[in-house]
Design a protein around this ligand. Sequence first.
Ligand code: NAI
Length: 505
Amino acid sequence: MAALPSTAAIGVIGAGTMGAGIAQIAAAAGHPVLLFDIRTEALPAGLERIRHGLERLIGRGKLNHSTLAALMERIRPVERLADLAPAALIIEAIVEELPSKRQVFEQLEEICSEQTILASNTSALSITALAATLQRPERVVGMHFFNPAPVLKLVEVVSGLATANEVAETIQATAAKWGKQPVRARSTPGFIVNRIARPYYAEALRLLEAGTADVATIDAALQEAGGFRMGPFELMDMIGQDINFAVSRTLFEAYFQDPRYRPSLIQQELLDGGCLGRKSGRGFYNYQPGAERPAPHTAPPGPPPTRIVLHGELGPAEPLAAALAKTVSAVQRTTGAGLIALPETALALTDGRSATQRAAEEGISELILFDLALDFSQTTRVVIAAADQTGPAALAAAAGVFQALGKTVSVIDDSPGLIVLRTVCMLANAAAEAVGQGVCTAAACDAAMRDGVNYPRGPLAWAEIIGLARVVTALDHLGEYYGAERYQAAPLLRRKRYGGNRFHD
Ligand code: NAI
């Protein structure tokens, strides 16, 4: 289906944060834009916000004055909703309330042609419900931009029950023409990104609740070892605890209290205390002037390793084998179940069991587990935990191994799946669940998480690299440890693990 031609007028309703950004994108693509807001004073403010953002681009040499002037010229503020009548596509970015959005769309149906596409930028409301009271629900579609809209490439194109396929296709093609990365989704709570991203926050909150590690160490693990742009606590502080908590609560209710989406009491307490994050000066971190940022746990120097025996393949941690061979004078390789053995201890990549359980089950008393890293050859930090049966000398020796490779080591309390592996497994599980339920394709899901929230890899591609068998095993172990439905592997993940081990061709 072809994109709308750039001669087609685009209507934007709501000149706030998102509406202004969307108007800018459409105008930059050459469309005449009609911008409406119920508060007339919001229009000059919205235009000013667009101009200000563009002037910053001029400052960075990315835009010139004449392009700015031409772009601003194409955006016409209008005073009545009826002025949007000539638009081929109208995108609403008004207050996030179903009755208000429905009312606007009902009015638009009276004003516009039968061919006009009505799109909503809603991040959480059902497109099916939004369209249900309309005469032409097939012309209604979700067009979910991310904030800041002119910068972030992802657009979720959301189809409700009645949305015509050609309408979604036109929006997909139009978003692509506007330089965006459109992904198609079915209208289910959280669409793709807000749904699949939940475990990134939820697992971190759970680890904090359990006292496994502090905020700074969990953030450092996911940022430095996991390769995420920001740690979960820093990210929640940036988004705002109120906003992030509201999304979690909405999804929990929307999914009929599915335990996977259960909000956290820690976050509730922050809200109760008015600690909303950066905007209130305090959240998980303190943002008051002069406040010191807590440092992640860092292990003291351990003894450098002298003799290592590598038992079997290390799986995703295999790059460590080559690095150790270069660094340690006596490295031997033998068969086995993926262990790095030293005279004092044995090290293994977590498989979702706690170190204590694994030490008991495998009869290794001095066992240290290490966490997953995005790339073991590059990671600057490795997180480790000792089994309860293990003495301090083993822990120091394990730290010494990673320190010899130039890595900083953080020690956390023994916890199943440590930090990064369990988070990535849960993200992949959420993604597999969404794909299995036909919300989106595997490709759309991975693209959404990479382009929408800057994940270092799409969760499903990442699961393939780790190995689906390893991911399912880790989830099974987590489920067994907590006795919780929350870690139940998605049926599609389990099936793929036995049938081809791939989500992507
Ligand atoms: P905002 O509060 O910055 O702007 C909303 C604008 O809509 C205001 O200027 C308001 O006067 C106007 N408005 C309210 N009711 C109206 C009506 N009935 N008719 C015309 N104009 C009306 O809000 P923001 O952040 O731009 O959000 C807008 C929509 O975009 C919401 O649905 C929100 O969930 C969604 N969204 C927001 C994101 C964000 O990070 N802020 C990200 C993605 C989606």
